[in-house]
Design a binder for this molecule. Sequence first.
Ligand code: SAH
Length: 299
Amino acid sequence: MTNLNQDLFSRTISLLKQHGIHPRRAYSQNFLINPRLIDWHVQFAELSNTDDVVEIGPGLGVLTEAIAETVQHVTCIEIDSRMVKILQDRLKRFDNVNIVHGDVLKIPISVFKGKKIISNTPYKISSPLLFRILNSQYRLGLFTFQEEFARRLAARPGDSKYGRLSVNVSRLARIKLLRHISRRWFYPKPKVDSILLRVEPNPKFESTLSPMLFSNFIRDLFSYKNKIYKNALKFVLKKWKFNKEEIQVLLKDLPNLEIVVRELSPEELEKQAIILFEKLKDLNYLERIGLSSKEVSSP
Ligand code: SAH
């Protein structure tokens, strides 16, 4: 540990002691003790004095201080009332910080609109949190995620970690893995390493399919991810209670059918899904699988 690390580490320990706080495992409280992480956040989020930031899970406010010094405004959302008290005290010299005591999964997503999001939060909420942000009108996100989850997010066809998560996320966002983060840079030390990654809305994204419909299709299709697409699709349609003759009609003239599911890119899967659901719509089959034609809008 460098001196600076040692310094942040001792300050963290003494702050916790001073307030009689034991980190709560239920909230996965692991506080950053390496100042390099603070610099990386400021640098990779390209923070400037015109930015409006939402910080999720500020904890003891180490990162919040650096953000508040740099940007126009910060809203931090913290679930633990003990942390909120510390934050109120520590950040009182700033007039551009708003501390919200609450659960980020319950706060209306309108708070993310136009904002840069910075988040180092419990791994167990990674997925719901990420999708809430992706469905908001956020500007940019800088997340610290468990390494395994981060690699699944960024995986492309052919990677062993490529799957439903990669496909569902990539239609909505661009993901860039930035830095590996050692578990030793937190106190208490978590069980795994993390990755700092940047997320931006996918400007090209446009679809005639609702996210729910697409993700349900991908869920069913990826149960057969090692099968040739055509065969996987047969299984999916069978699961959706279509009979042999109907399946034959539905599969007729579908292009690109000889590729293994896990080799299909998100863009190709989107294309295939649109073709399939247009067909289902034309044949009046949508209601049969519990969908209304609203879920497939006209191109
Ligand atoms: N970002 C700080 C603290 C990380 S610990 C740092 O890097 O040092 C994770 C923080 O997220 C804790 O302060 C915890 O209380 C908070 N947290 C956990 N679940 C949350 C939720 N659902 N909504 C808001 N904050 C949450």
